[in-house]
Design a protein around this ligand. Structure first.
Ligand SMILES: Nc1ncnc2c1ncn2[C@@H]1O[C@H](COP(=O)(O)OP(=O)(O)OP(=O)(O)O)[C@@H](O)[C@H]1O
Ligand SMILES: [Mg+2]
Length: 370
């Protein structure tokens, strides 16, 4: 056995936890101006005033969620009078779910899941805020998902007009949008009360990516596990996708690949092997958030190529037993998110038939559906 071989009870990971996707990094560089802007908007809350609303936007994996979480954590240490609620709209995608989550943050008890109307629960939240003289800051993270479900405007509207319903209440909203090529617009009625400070998170440049990745390597692995050329390859891959998550996932997977062959160092091949899975990280994350029926439909489209609506419906109905109305609703929803292109083809006997295509490579979709 050579000294390059890893013994069965040894590991190359110093601290693998820092490569988990929900890990909140201590080192968070290259986002100073965005952090400043966030703090500046929220600062009035420290003096008992309603904070400025914010619209945070940028491509996937550019540090939006991390920045907001870090600012929340920092401010929490300095005030008792502000309630910070970060809502993951991928999980809580209805008005009721959002308000339940806020209620939970406020009183530390989960509200009943049934038998309560949204209005009632919302009023409880507002009353509690006024009685305790607290200010509420709500971050709607990945608000894209509220748009997909058609709930974005009503959620925003309820929160932003809360003071009309309950005088004295102070609520501000941070809407976080992940830019994936779909444009999301609020209803003008929401726009006129939202009036946000816009904070943009552009893609990181290669030097910034290198710096962040290097720092993560230092924390995650023992010394000399990741040669420079391997680090460079990862930086290249992150640069092409612009998503830092791909880089962090690549580090984790290529590290595991190296361990599997009992190597003390990660090789370029370990990275190449890992990239096949890591590059799909965003797609897989989005697909995981779909309902079972939506996933079924996406699978049919990926397998079938360019399908006419009628044929697609037939297969869908056979698998799920669902009727045309529900089928059509799902198509509409997935068309407004980033999954489908449902184009009118101009053909067809009655009216115009739609051809439905997936926006991602079918084999990638099928891989994520596995
Ligand atoms: N400046 C940075 N320094 C260190 N790590 C970073 C930085 N920016 C992002 N990351 C890391 O990259 C990953 C993605 O960041 P984050 O989740 O904040 O992105 P996001 O902009 O919210 O993406 P999405 O739009 O997909 O939700 C996280 O694991 C985070 O730790
Ligand atoms: Mg995010």
């Amino acid at each position: 056995m050579t000294k390059d071989m890893l013994l069965w009870d040894e590991t190359i990971f110093r601290n693998g936890e820092v490569l988990e996707l929900d890990y909140l990094p201590e080192y968070f560089a290259h986002r100073d101006s965005q952090m400043q802007a966030l703090k500046f908007s929220l600062r009035p809350a420290m003096r008992g005033m309603r904070p400025v609303n914010c619209l945070v936007r940028g491509p996937p994996g550019t540090g939006k969620t991390t920045a907001v979480q870090k600012v929340f954590n920092e401010m929490k240490e300095h005030t008792e009078n502000v309630v910070f609620a970060k809502i993951n709209c991928q999980i809580d995608s209805t008005r009721f779910a959002v308000v339940s989550r806020i209620y939970e943050k406020l009183v530390n008890i989960k509200p009943p899941t049934s038998g309560v109307a949204f209005r009632k629960l919302f009023e409880k939240v507002l009353k509690q805020l006024v009685d305790s003289n607290k200010i509420l800051v709500v971050a709607l993270d990945d608000i894209n998902y509220l748009f997909h479900e058609g709930h974005a405007d009503e959620v925003m509207y309820s929160l932003l007009r809360a003071h009309e319903q309950y005088p004295g209440v102070k609520v501000s909203v941070i809407a976080i949008i992940s830019d994936v090529g779909t444009s999301y617009n609020f209803d003008p009625r929401v726009g006129s009360v939202f009036l946000p400070e816009e904070i943009n998170f552009p893609r990181y440049g290669p030097d910034e990516i290198r710096d962040i990745i290097r720092n993560r390597i230092q924390h995650a692995f023992f010394q000399n596990v990741v040669p420079d050329e391997v680090c460079e390859r990862i930086v290249e891959y992150v640069s092409t996708t612009g998503d830092l998550r791909v880089g962090i996932d690549l580090l984790r997977r290529s590290g595991l690949n190296a361990e599997r062959r009992a190597s003390r160092t990660i090789s370029i091949e370990d990275v190449e092997k890992a990239y096949d899975a890591s590059r799909l990280i965003y797609l897989c994350r989005s697909i995981r958030s779909l309902s079972e029926h939506e996933r079924t439909l996406l699978g049919l489209i990926a397998k079938g190529g360019d399908l006419q609506t009628g044929d697609l419906y037939k297969s869908f109905h056979e698998l799920t037993g669902l009727g045309y109305t529900r089928f059509y609703e799902i198509i509409e929803k997935m068309n407004s998110s980033q999954f489908l292109d449902a184009d009118f083809s101009g053909k067809g006997m009655r009216g115009r038939t739609r051809v439905i295509k997936a926006r991602y490579a079918p084999q990638d979709i099928l891989k994520c559906l596995e």
